[in-house]
Design a protein around this ligand. Structure first.
Ligand SMILES: Cc1ncc(COP(=O)(O)O)c(C=O)c1O
Length: 463
């Protein structure tokens, strides 16, 4: 084992000088990362892990891509940083043109920042400033869904539907209205998945009426859920109804595609799966720079940006917005996405992974549901498949699964939403570059990991 640094103090989970994130005191230290190549990561002891979730659904083009590393080195040698208020950057312009072209009609302008939470903060603030400059200053409330996840900064948390984070940070946050997110596996009695989704859309209509339409600025959703719902996919009818409701009341519709965008679902935007309903703004991050640099993006139409630009400009910014190094790196990542045709690959490998996961669900007593689109997929873990009974939240199945996975050489990202109140999910979201034989290895290692968890469930007498 790698020796602990002498600087580490006390017995916190991850050592004294490192803040322990999500790790209760006494939990084992994670392996220390050494290097990555393709879909694999190696720790400092030389052990190899298959990166089954692309980290936090980030490493879309895999690790150690030589083309991206070369572009990074070249740009860093020319200039890493030049503040955008003084200098424009060739790579910023190229990346904006490219991302807007891939996003298609209605997405004319791109604003680059350092990550997903910053992208959502930017979307909420651009929406608000647009309302102010267009004579609608009474609009400020942003409706979102429960459960949902939109980031960890205070503005993004205000629209995140998670009772646990609310219980800690709630007093510091402006409370925003929430409506139910359509679920697909645990749906209320007397409903089909479709009728439940339409009831959720009607709840949006009622909430707007109740709150006062003139006060509602926007509705923000994850078009395909991430860890908040475990990759729930809704029907076109749901998105179309939501669009109608927003149009009727002049409410902006924002898709948070931080996890689902940049090709992961088999289209550049998840929004492209339901073209009859188009959002007004989209946020991206994660796969856009695929972990080679921190990067987020807000896509918006001319009509919004021009209205704000015409009245003094967007009163918002961050030190690293549109920085040349990150934009050059993301351009190189997008070159690889195009060269390797990774959006098509995500669709094809997604179907292939899904067949394997459905077969695994037949064999495993713990896998109650398999869902998702492209390579944004998840399995739902249950105590009883017949009744769909969830594992007790206190058992914390996801963190146990991660620990078993590391022993079996498979890295499984987890961030527990709502303390498991809506069920326990495991995202299965490998790099889009994964091969068929690597998919076989992923499912084989996942099965061994699930078998260990099933033994633990039996020992705990939970099943
Ligand atoms: C849907 C969604 N929105 C927002 C975020 C926040 O992004 P970041 O962690 O880059 O701030 C995430 C991160 O997991 C996410 O999945």
């Amino acid at each position: 084992m790698t020796p602990a640094s002498p600087r580490l103090l006390g017995d916190t989970a991850q050592g004294g000088s490192v803040l322990a994130f999500y790790s209760p005191k006494g939990s084992p230290r994670p392996p220390r990362i050494d290097r990555g190549e393709g879909v694999y990561l190696w720790d400092a002891d030389g052990k190899r892990y298959l990166d089954a979730t692309a980290g936090a659904v980030v490493a879309n083009i895999g690790h150690g891509n030589p083309h991206v590393l070369a572009a990074m080195k070249e740009q860093a040698a020319r200039v890493s940083f030049a503040y955008p208020r003084f200098f424009e950057s060739e790579h910023n312009i190229a990346l904006a043109d490219r991302v807007c072209a891939l996003a298609g009609e209605g997405f004319d302008r791109a604003f680059f920042i350092s990550g997903g939470s910053e992208a959502n903060e930017s979307a909420l603030k651009l929406a608000r400033q647009y309302a102010v400059v267009s004579g609608q200053a009474s609009r400020w409330k942003v409706i979102s869904r429960n459960p949902s996840y939109h980031g960890s900064t205070l503005g993004a948390l205000a629209v995140t539907g998670d009772a646990h984070t609310q219980s800690i940070y709630g007093p510091m946050i402006k409370s925003m209205p929430k409506v139910s997110a359509p679920m697909s596996y645990r749906i209320p009695d007397g409903h089909t998945q479709e009728s439940h989704a339409m009831a959720c859309a009607e709840e949006l209509a009622r909430t707007i009426e109740r709150e006062g339409p003139e006060s509602i600025l926007a509705f923000i959703i994850e078009p395909i859920g991430g860890l908040s719902t475990g990759a729930v996919v809704s029907s076109s009818a749901y998105f179309e109804r939501v669009r109608q409701i927003c149009d009727r009341h002049g409410v902006l519709l924002i898709y948070d595609e931080i996890m689902s965008g940049a090709g992961r679902t088999g289209e550049f935007l998840a929004a492209h799966h339901w073209r009859a309903a188009r959002p007004d703004m989209v946020t991206l991050a994660k796969g856009l720079a695929a972990g080679y640099t921190p990067l987020g993006c807000l896509l918006a139409p001319n009509r919004i940006v021009d209205a704000v630009a015409g009245q003094g400009g967007f009163v918002h910014g961050h030190t690293y917005f549109t920085n040349p190094l990150s934009c050059a790196v993301a351009n190189a990542v997008m070159d690889e996405v195009e060269r390797l045709d990774l959006v098509t690959r995500a669709r094809e490998r997604g179907e292939s992974l899904r067949r394997r996961l459905e077969a695994l669900a037949e064999r495993s007593p713990l896998v109650g549901d398999v869902r998702g689109l492209g390579l944004l997929s998840a399995i739902e873990l249950v105590a009883d498949k017949a009744t769909r009974r969830a594992l007790p939240p206190a058992f914390n199945a996801p963190s146990k699964l991660t620990a078993h996975g590391l022993r079996h050489g498979i890295a499984l990202y987890n961030r527990r939403a709502n303390l498991g109140a809506f069920g326990d999910f495991q995202m299965i979201t490998p790099p889009l570059t994964i091969s068929e034989s690597e998919l076989d290895e992923l499912v084989e290692k996942l099965e061994r990991t699930l078998t260990d968890l099933a033994d633990e469930v039996t020992r705990s007498k939970l099943a």
